[in-house]
Ligand binder design. Structure first.
Ligand SMILES: NC(=O)c1ccc[n+]([C@@H]2O[C@H](COP(=O)([O-])OP(=O)(O)OC[C@H]3O[C@@H](n4cnc5c(N)ncnc54)[C@H](O)[C@@H]3O)[C@@H](O)[C@H]2O)c1
Length: 387
């Protein structure tokens, strides 16, 4: 269905849209980049030019001019008339996206495929806004799109199955690692990763350890690239908290995904993280970062607790067929750079140890948040592996 001659349309020229447009153009496609804000479009054009020039200097692009020549920057939807695939990356708002899909469908050809890069909204619901919902799907890239290999490919309930196979092939041709994810809240990564943030905050709120110590434990002992508090400040609480809250609401208020007041208050205070100079940490000039208590025994307890919760989410996602075991592990290593796949981690620790940690937490707290996946319990009983 798709070929090198397919023209790719991208809607929204912000962080994600311009990154996705760059990936498509570098893969040899002609690209139409559209935004309803002309200043944003001009900014994207200038920054793409600069990025491609840098890539040429580094020898990663033969000719920046040639790649730039593949772009059309458009402020009218009529520019999409000859596109084979449109990828939408505008603000994360269901009503706005639905309205946009309705209008876009009137501007494209009968055979054009429509994809959304939404992080957490229902693809099925977006597809329902279209006259031909079978041509709609999710293509979820990670930030920054040119550097992160993962793309979650998400069929809507209505999607044509052949379309999904073609999209998987196209993403591979773009040099990406596509994984197939069910249209459920947060897809794979934004669902499975929730305890990395929420359990770390819980440990901090209970005074078991301070933020610096939790960050130290997760990086130095757990092998994660960034500690949870540093990472949340980096992502921004306006984004990270909102994803947590959306996932919680979308799961019909399952306590496993419950957001925290500590993070909500940061958002209310406007302490959004690095970008505002203050979040969990204070980044003002002259401020020194708090020191971690480098207590290995405490650190190992922290890592065990957070990783067991992450493993439980991955096992439950496997149990509910959100994705295959292979794709679940690929998603966490390629989408958020985890040191290893969570199911591989579970096998390394053994399902019995993971279950013992979770059951220990459940017995202490009597909170549903700590309920172990039935699949983990079965695997532990059978002394079986997850992969
Ligand atoms: N930033 C991330 O880390 C990330 C990662 C994966 C997915 N996403 C998803 O990608 C989408 C875009 O996120 P972003 O971070 O690039 O946002 P952004 O704010 O950087 O860019 C959004 C762009 O869309 C434009 N826009 C808004 N409404 C529009 C409309 N109706 N028509 C045309 N253009 C419109 C804006 O002018 C802006 O340039 C969201 O759905 C988000 O959830 C974001």
């Amino acid at each position: 269905m798709f070929s090198k001659d397919s023209i790719i349309g991208v809607i929204g020229s912000g962080a994600m849209g311009s990154g996705i447009a760059q990936v498509a153009a570098m893969a040899g496609h002609k690209v139409v980049l559209y935004d309803n804000n002309s200043a944003a479009l001009e900014k994207a054009q200038a920054s793409l030019k600069q990025t491609l020039a840098k890539l040429q200097e580094k020898g990663k692009v033969a000719s920046a001019d040639e790649v730039m020549g593949r772009f059309r920057f458009a402020s009218e939807l009529t520019a999409f008339a000859d596109c084979g695939l449109i990828i939408e990356a505008i603000i994360e708002n269901l009503d706005v996206k639905k309205k946009l899909f309705d209008i876009v469908e009137q501007a494209v050809s009968e055979t054009c495929v429509l994809a959304s890069n939404t992080s957490s909204l229902s693809i099925t619901s977006i597809a329902a806004a279209c006259k031909k919902p079978e041509r709609v799907m999710g293509l979820h890239f990670f930030n920054p799109a040119p550097l992160m290999a993962l793309v979650e490919v998400i069929p809507a309930v209505q999607s044509d199955a052949a379309l999904i196979d073609d999209a998987m092939k196209l993403m591979k041709e773009w040099g990406k690692v596509p994984v197939l994810a069910k249209d459920t809240p947060g897809f794979i990564v934004n669902r499975v990763a929730r305890p990395f943030y929420s359990e770390a905050i819980r440990i901090y709120e209970e005074g078991i350890a301070d933020m610096a110590t939790i960050d130290w434990a997760m990086t130095e002992l757990g092998g994660f690239r960034m500690g949870p508090f540093t990472l949340m400040d980096y992502i921004g609480h306006d984004v990270n908290y909102v994803v947590t809250e959306t996932v919680f609401q979308s799961f019909f208020y399952d306590p496993r995904y419950k957001p925290s007041f500590s993070q909500k208050r940061l958002l209310e205070a406007g302490w959004l993280g690095r970008k505002t100079g203050r979040g969990f940490y204070n980044y003002a000039e002259g401020m020194t970062m708090p020191e971690a208590t480098k207590d290995t025994t405490l650190g190992n307890v922290i890592v065990e607790r957070v990783v067991a919760m992450l493993i439980n989410e991955a096992v439950e996602a496997l149990h509910l067929r959100v994705a295959s075991a292979k794709d679940l592990d690929l998603a966490m290593t390629k989408g958020v750079n985890y040191p290893k796949g969570l199911l591989a981690w579970a096998d390394e620790w053994g399902a019995e140890k993971c279950l013992a940690i979770l059951d220990g937490l459940y017995n202490d707290y009597h909170e549903d948040r700590y309920r172990a996946s039935v699949l983990l319990r079965k695997k532990a009983l059978a002394k079986d592996t997850l992969l």
